[in-house]
Write a protein of this length. Sequence first.
Length: 274
Amino acid sequence: MRERIIVAAVAIPLLGLIIFLAPVWALGVLIGAVSAISAFELLECAAPGSPRRFTVYAAVSAFLIPIFGSIGYAFVGNLLVFALAITIFTEFILSFREEKRLDLETVLLVLFAGAIMPLMLGAIARVGAMGLGRGATFLPFVVAFSCDSGAYFAGRFFGKRKIFPQLSPNKTLEGCIGGVAATVVIMLLYGLVLALFKVETRFWPLAIYGIFGSLICQLGDLAFSGIKRQYNIKDFGTLIPGHGGALDRFDSLHFVAPAMELMLTLAVFSGRVL
């Protein structure tokens, strides 16, 4: 617990500085780095026997996709996805000339790690490129971190009814409710902070973002818990003290980020953003 608090106390302010003060492309580089590390961690855990070049394919693609999204060239990310698919399926086809063939699971894992995951997490960088303001760019992090913290503490102090004991033994109904409630409260407090800095703020959309965002956040957490159970691992890595790997810390953000991108896009079309 102490390590988790120390890491959060250092990392969150640094993240805030990058989002609010640095150019959007710097955020793209950060998200790209997290995506590349996450791709490496997933393949190391789920496909440890695969050729090292497969990890390189996935990590390079995962690094570049969010960067191009952050500078308004998301279509280049689509080309990278296509290039990765062509490359790995060419490897798959050529493996039929060898005695040991490349299995389809490895092919799909490389595509998931190097294309799907960075496209999902890269939604944060794409939101930054939408020109909605730095406050909107920070929303996925507010949702994910507040939901994770609320669910953790509500589950620890009030949790009784386990809802997925075979998937996530510590996940309780009370924790899930606490995660939703905490997210809504913190989103509204975040709105107050934005208002203090003269950012035009509408509070009821923030509450809606908090409700749906927290539900998606918990779905993402369970999804990656399922992957860990599938491959019988506790954590994806050891990069972040008290948290595990980068993918352990940012797992739910892979689901929250595209959900927030979708909701903010719909808000832009309806003329309401925050």
